[in-house]
Ligand binder design. Structure first.
Ligand code: PMP
Length: 340
C-alpha cells in the first residue's frame, strides 16, 4: 500500500514537468517543478510545514495553539492547512492589495484574517511587523502557546528547500542539472535550493529572476539594495536581505518585466495546459534567459510556484490587465466574455 497518513505527508515530491516550447526555443531542457500540486496549491506548503514542525520540536506550540503570520497569501494558506491537520489555529495579517481569491481561501480554511493597508517595511504598521507584535501578545495570553511563523527571517523556511526541494531536483534529474532559476519573496526557495544543490555540485548555476519593484536584482548585480518600477506579480520581490537569503550563493540575477512574464503564463495555459500564477512567469522567463546564456544541451530547473486560478480577478482579468497596460490575449477576452 502507498498511503499518506494525512495531508501533511502529501506536501512535496512534486513532479518535474518539461516546458515544451521553452525547451524547443532554447535547445535546452527547461523543467518546471510543479509546486502548484501541493495541497495548498503553492510552494509555500513546504515552508509552512517546516516552520510548524520546528516550533513543535522547540516546544513553542501545544494543541490548540496559534500560528501567527504576516503573509501575501500563499504562506498563510499553507500554514492554515498544516495547522488544521495538526490541531493548531492560524491568525493571518495580510496587506489589502492581495488577490480576493487568496483571502477567500484563507477564510475558508478557518484562518482569522486581519486585513491591513499595504505600507513599506520601514513603517511600524507594515503587515510583517504587525504580525510579529500580535504573536508576541498572544504568546503571553494563550495558554496553548503562539508562534510567529516569521517566514522571512525564520530559517526553518529555507531548511524545507535544503532538505526536500533540492534533493528532489537532484534525484529527478539524476544529478544532471546545470542551472536553477527562481524569484524570491522570503528567499527561502532560492537560498535553500542553492545551498542544497551546491552541496551536491557547486558548479550548478543559481540565478535570481527578479520582478520590477524589487531591490534584490541591484543587490546581486551591483551590491546596492535599490528598486525601480513595480509589478503585478504577488508573493515575490524583496527590499532587504532576509535571514533566509543571508549567506546563500546566488551566481547571477536577471530583472524580468511583467510583460515578458505574463506572455509566458498565457502561452503555457493556451498551448501546454499549465495554469500558473505570475511568479512562475518571472521564473520561466529567467530560465529561458539562462538557457540562452549556457547554450543548447543544458538542463535548467525552475519553480512553478502556484496555480493560476488564484489570480482570476487579476492576471486573468482583461480589465485589470488593461488598467496596467499589460497584454491581453484574444482568447482571454472571448472566454471571460462568456456568461450564462
Ligand atoms: N511565488 C509565489 C506565488 C509566492 O507566494 C512566493 C512566496 N511568497 C514565492 C513565489 C517565493 O517564495 P519564497 O518565499 O520561498 O522566496
Amino acid at each position: 500500500m502507498n498511503i499518506n497518513n494525512d495531508v501533511v505527508e502529501a506536501i512535496g515530491n512534486t513532479p518535474l514537468i518539461r516546458l515544451k516550447r521553452a525547451s524547443e526555443e532554447t535547445g535546452c531542457n527547461i523543467l518546471g517543478k510543479a509546486e502548484f500540486m501541493n495541497p495548498g496549491q503553492s510552494v509555500k506548503d513546504r515552508a509552512a510545514l517546516f516552520i510548524i514542525r520546528d516550533a513543535i520540536k522547540r516546544k513553542k506550540l501545544w494543541p490548540g495553539g496559534a500560528v501567527v503570520e504576516g503573509t501575501a497569501g500563499n504562506t498563510g494558506i499553507g500554514l492554515a492547512l498544516v495547522a488544521n491537520a495538526l490541531g493548531f489555529r492560524t491568525v493571518i495579517v495580510i496587506p489589502n492589495t492581495q488577490s480576493q481569491e487568496k483571502k477567500d481561501m484563507l477564510r475558508l480554511c478557518g484562518a482569522q484574517l486581519i486585513e491591513v493597508p499595504a505600507v513599506p517595511y520601514s513603517n511600524p504598521n507594515n503587515y510583517v511587523k504587525l504580525s510579529g507584535r500580535l504573536a508576541e501578545q498572544l504568546a503571553k495570553t494563550d495558554s496553548n502557546g503562539a508562534i510567529w511563523a516569521n517566514q522571512f527571517d525564520n530559517v526553518a523556511n529555507r531548511e524545507a528547500h535544503i532538505e526536500t526541494t533540492a534533493p528532489e531536483i537532484w534525484r529527478q534529474t539524476n544529478g544532471k542539472v546545470d542551472g536553477f532559476v527562481a524569484s524570491a519573496g522570503s528567499g527561502g526557495t532560492l537560498a535553500g535550493v542553492s545551498i542544497g544543490l551546491k552541496k551536491m555540485n557547486p558548479n550548478i548555476r543559481i540565478v535570481l529572476a527578479d520582478p520590477m519593484g524589487s531591490a534584490l536584482y541591484n543587490y546581486y548585480k551591483h551590491g546596492v539594495l535599490k528598486s525601480e518600477g513595480s509589478s503585478i506579480t504577488e508573493g515575490i520581490g524583496q527590499g532587504r536581505i532576509t535571514a533566509n537569503l543571508e549567506g546563500a550563493t546566488i551566481d547571477d540575477a536577471y530583472q524580468i518585466s511583467d510583460e515578458e512574464a505574463v506572455r509566458i503564463v498565457f502561452g503555457l495555459l493556451e498551448h501546454e495546459g499549465l495554469c500558473l500564477g505570475g511568479s512562475s512567469g518571472i521564473n520561466i522567463a529567467g530560465a529561458i534567459r539562462l538557457a540562452k546564456e549556457l547554450g543548447p544541451g543544458h538542463t535548467i530547473v525552475t519553480m512553478l510556484c502556484d496555480y493560476g486560478t488564484r489570480y482570476q480577478s487579476k492576471l486573468f482579468n482583461p480589465e485589470f490587465m488593461r488598467s496596467k497596460n499589460l497584454p491581453v490575449p484574444e482568447w482571454l477576452e472571448q472566454r471571460s466574455a462568456i456568461s450564462v
